[in-house]
Design a binder for this molecule. Structure first.
Ligand code: AMP
Ligand code: ZN
Length: 489
């Protein structure tokens, strides 16, 4: 039933059959957040995308060691080698120790991941806890002749590396074009032989708060280095999957590839997977442009971009309706539609235990399960899984209405389908509905009373109920399927 998994490898630009290096073990590394401020909903999309990969591999029976790091040093502004350290800058601004900033935003990140029901990785290493290893790898790359010391800093020699290796393979950049594009702006970076070179170790000025001793003087590691070092330490010189957001392909992942190859002569990663961006009116959601909002703003509805509050599970369901490798544009309307769809699924699953069953089953449950596996096996195609779950909902409603029959065994298969795909694999738990049980129950009573009033032609009463609910921001709408209600801001 489960079939074979195919993943789109962004390095080879092909869909490839997934074959673990040492089954049943799978090593997966995903670049984690730089903890200098709250994660926005765009960052969350990337981590949710890889949560699906982690969950599905486990569902297939793999023993996954999932490493997702915390960047707590060395990520400089504008991803440049001469910007200010993002964490040190925030520490000055908030008048806190850099490690207080790191702790504060790591805690915040964990809270958000929990709200979205994202599973914790197996290992969550930090860059500052791996300085010894980063210094060792830097030395190794110098010894191999692919890095040079300059004025207390160590730079990776990209042009030298590119003579014998393919630099730019992942991002599709051509070394000659990169060289000519960067020739002119060497100003202010004279420590480097070429502005394409990137820092493995950076000399710290005396006022730089975060600095450590090294063979090259006091300094701090370059951002790209930590991922090469920590993935190698915990997953080995070669491992199965490396993930991250699409925007990290260049220079971050390209530099990681070069560092690994230079240090130990091997291609470290078998499958590169990249999650696409969450956009807002077509533009990448980003802190630097101010076009972003925080998960907490969505959960409370306190944002100019939304008309009401949305639960974390509704937001997660909204994200599942788009393939991870496609851009997803955020809009209030799309979230409203997702909320409605999610409620339909929950209503149908609630019907399952009370369906009238018969010997003869007219629902093709095998086909529904097969379609869900085929979709997940096709590079984690969650929107297709959601479409199949909606088909299952249709079938349940047909049985409920008495237009189709279903057997006890097939009810159990459908129950398993929702448990496996909605809850375990897509990570969507119907908790929200449980919390609202009382409200839902009360609304059912009130709407029944209104229905009775209408049937008895007591329109004064039915209108009164509608108006008084409206005063409480509860809007009701009569549809063919019955009366629906929503709570509006
Ligand atoms: P950062 O903390 O900036 O390193 O970002 C953490 C992760 O979020 C990285 O994998 C980024 O690629 C990802 N990311 C940043 N912006 C977005 C966005 N608008 N949509 C999806 N992922 C994003
Ligand atoms: Zn990384």
């Amino acid at each position: 039933m489960q079939g074979e998994l195919y993943v789109y490898n962004t390095l080879t630009k092909k869909k490839e059959k997934f074959q673990a290096l040492t089954p049943p073990f799978v090593g997966m590394y995903v670049c984690g957040p730089t903890v200098y401020n709250d994660v926005h909903i765009g960052n969350c999309r990337t981590f949710i995308s890889f949560d699906i990969v982690f969950r599905y591999l486990q569902h297939l029976g793999y023993k996954v060691r999932y490493v997702r790091n915390i960047t707590d040093v060395g990520h400089l502004e504008n991803d440049a080698d001469n910007g200010e350290d993002k964490i040190a800058k925030k520490a000055k601004l908030e008048n806190l120790e850099p490690m207080e900033i790191v702790q504060k935003y790591t805690n915040g990140f964990h809270d958000v991941m929990k709200a979205f029901n994202v599973l914790s990785p197996s290992i969550e290493p930090t860059a500052t806890a791996h300085l010894v290893e980063q210094i060792e790898t830097t030395q190794q790359i110098i010894d191999k002749g692919f890095a040079y010391v300059s004025n207390g800093s160590v730079y990776f020699d990209v042009e030298k590396f590119a003579k014998t290796n393919h630099y730019g393979e992942l991002s599709g950049r051509k070394i000659d074009e990169l060289i000519s594009a960067t020739r002119e702006n060497l100003d202010g970076q004279d420590d480097k032989k070429s502005s394409l070179d990137f820092a493995l170790w950076k000399q710290a000025s005396p006022e730089h708060i975060m600095q450590w001793n090294s063979p090259w003087g006091k300094g701090f590691p370059g951002w790209h280095l930590e991922c090469s070092v920590m993935s190698t330490k915990y997953l080995g010189e070669q491992f199965d999957i490396h993930g991250g957001g699409m925007d990290l392909k260049f220079p971050h992942h390209e530099c990681e590839i070069a560092q690994n190859k230079a240090a130990n002569g091997k291609e470290a990663v078998k499958y590169w997977l990249h999650a696409n961006m969450l956009t807002l009116n077509g533009e990448k959601m980003s802190k630097s442009t101010g076009k972003f909002f925080l998960p907490s703003q969505l959960f409370t509805g306190e944002s100019e971009f939304v008309s009401k509050a949305y639960s974390p599970m509704t937001v997660r369901f909204f994200m599942m309706q788009c393939h991870y490798a496609s851009t997803l544009d955020f809009s209030d309307e799309a979230l409203q539609a997702a909320e409605k769809g999610f409620k339909r699924i929950l209503a149908a699953t609630a019907l399952l235990p009370e369906l009238k069953t018969s010997e003869n089953s007219q629902v093709d449950v095998t086909e529904l399960s097969k379609r869900c596996y085929d979709s997940m096996n096709d590079d984690f195609n969650t929107p297709m899984v959601v479409a199949t779950l909606f088909d299952a909902v249709k079938e349940i409603n047909l049985v409920k209405q008495g237009s189709k029959t279903i057997s006890v065994e097939h009810v159990a298969v459908l129950q398993k389908l929702f448990n496996d795909f909605l809850i375990d694999i897509m990570g969507i738990i119907p908790e929200e509905e449980k919390g609202n049980d009382v409200a839902n129950g009360l609304m059912e009573v009130i709407l029944d009373l209104r229905k009775d009033a209408k049937q008895n032609k007591n329109y004064t009463m039915s209108d009164k109920i509608r108006d008084e609910l409206k005063a409480l921001n509860i809007v009701i709408k009569d549809t063919k399927e019955g009366t629906e209600w929503t709570y509006e801001k």
